[in-house]
Ligand binder design. Structure first.
Ligand SMILES: *Cc1c(COP(=O)(O)O)cnc(C)c1O
Length: 389
């Protein structure tokens, strides 16, 4: 079998060599606990402080605004639940989000609702964009926090975060954005865009799994989720993952430095993949193409097929993709994202997400395009035969 082809970079990316190299000393001689007062501790503290400073710099933030977490999910939970719990006595009871968020945000909003928040969702346009007049309606002076993802992880659509954050601020609400898929694709600058809280994750940009960060604007009080020591000024107690924080800082710097070239490279691959599939399978439908989108994701459905059979057929050919997000693979219900933007159940249950990355080659894309029609025919044939039984 030819080399396998990984087309699931929206689920996770390989750790970059530069990142691994930066981390290794912290599993060896630089093993100290940053809270210790001796030389080992001071050395680890210095590295951690530098990592925080470097991540802050990449986001246009100040270092006391960056809190390292175990990843995007924890960061989303700190942002939404932490803000809600800090504000729940204020009389602002609404927590607003969109129906296309990652499960980390939807789950946190749902938990806030169990704790007394009124959960409210914006309407979506079928382009994959948040409906602005609906956002302006549901985010008002009773709103504690509104959370809208910058780039969607299933279809790649980009939301107008600056406008949304400005509206939220104008009615006194906090604004959070899940920027996990945006980081490295769009420019993020806390000094010009007035979000209050923002989350990023390491493993989507070439750092390891299990590290992320939440930006918390200076002065904003967030209720911690964990209780214990005074690490990170009590916002996130527990001995810090120094090695991963250092790796994340390196990955973040590379992502920011390479962002524009990376965008062009991925966009070229994505367009080639998309055009190739549409040329060979004319009734294929690509989701979320109607507005601005990040360059790494193609989400495509072909009538008469289903996601699960397609994924298996692709996997047999050594091609790794996903149906919607990785978190829901294995589940049979169609993507909540596609349903929310008006995609029919039939098409949504046939969706395949392919996401390219820095190591994806043109030759790999061409091979996927080459084998795609045969896989479609096979799955369609099997499904038609099953339906006739
Ligand atoms: C991957 C992802 C997350 C979760 O991040 P983890 O580090 O895997 O917990 C959250 N939001 C979006 C948009 C993601 O793509």
């Amino acid at each position: 079998m030819p080399e396998p082809i990984y087309l699931d970079h929206a689920a996770t990316t390989p750790v970059r060599q530069e990142v691994l190299d930066a981390m290794v000393p912290f599993y060896g001689p630089r093993f100290g606990n940053p809270s210790s007062a001796h030389r080992w501790g001071r050395d680890a503290r210095t590295a951690l402080d530098e990592a925080r400073e470097r991540v802050a710099h990449c986001l246009g933030a100040r270092s006391d605004e960056i809190c390292f977490t175990s990843g995007g999910t924890e960061a989303d939970n700190i942002a939404i639940l932490g803000a809600w719990r800090a504000l729940s006595g204020s009389g602002r009871r609404a927590v607003v989000t969109t129906p296309i968020e990652h499960k980390a945000v939807l789950g946190a909003v749902h938990q806030a609702a169990k704790e007394g928040a009124q959960e409210r969702f914006t309407a979506m346009r079928d382009t994959g964009a948040v409906d602005l007049s609906s956002f302006n309606d549901v985010v008002r002076n009773d709103t504690a926090i509104a959370s809208v993802m910058w780039v969607n992880n299933e279809i790649g659509t980009i939301q107008p975060i600056d406008d949304l954050a400005r509206h939220a601020k104008s009615v006194g609400a906090l604004f959070h954005t899940d920027a996990v898929q945006a980081f490295g694709n769009v420019a993020i600058d806390a000094s010009t865009v007035p979000f209050d809280v923002l989350t990023v994750s390491g493993h989507k940009i070439g750092a390891p799994k299990g590290i992320g960060a939440v930006f918390i604007r200076r002065g904003l009080v967030i209720e911690p989720l964990f209780h214990g020591g005074t690490q990170d000024r009590g916002r996130r107690p527990g001995t810090e993952n120094v090695a991963a924080a250092v790796g994340f800082a390196r990955a973040a710097e590379l992502a920011v430095a390479e962002r524009e070239a990376h965008w062009l490279q991925l966009e070229r691959l994505r367009d080639r993949l998309e055009a190739g599939i549409l040329a060979r399978v004319p009734d294929a439908v690509v989701h979320g193409r109607g507005g601005p989108r990040a360059p790494h994701i193609v989400n495509v459905s072909v009538p008469g097929t289903d996601s699960e059979s397609m994924l298996m057929a692709l996997d047999l050919r050594g091609i790794g993709c996903s149906a919607g997000s990785a978190c829901q693979s294995g589940s049979v219900s169609p993507s909540h994202v596609l349903s929310a933007i008006g995609v029919s159940n039939e098409l949504a249950s046939a969706a395949i997400r392919m996401s390219v990355g820095a190591l994806t080659t043109e030759a790999a894309v061409d091979r996927v395009v080459e084998v795609y029609p045969a896989l479609i025919a096979k799955v369609r044939g099997a499904n038609a035969a099953a339906a006739a039984d």
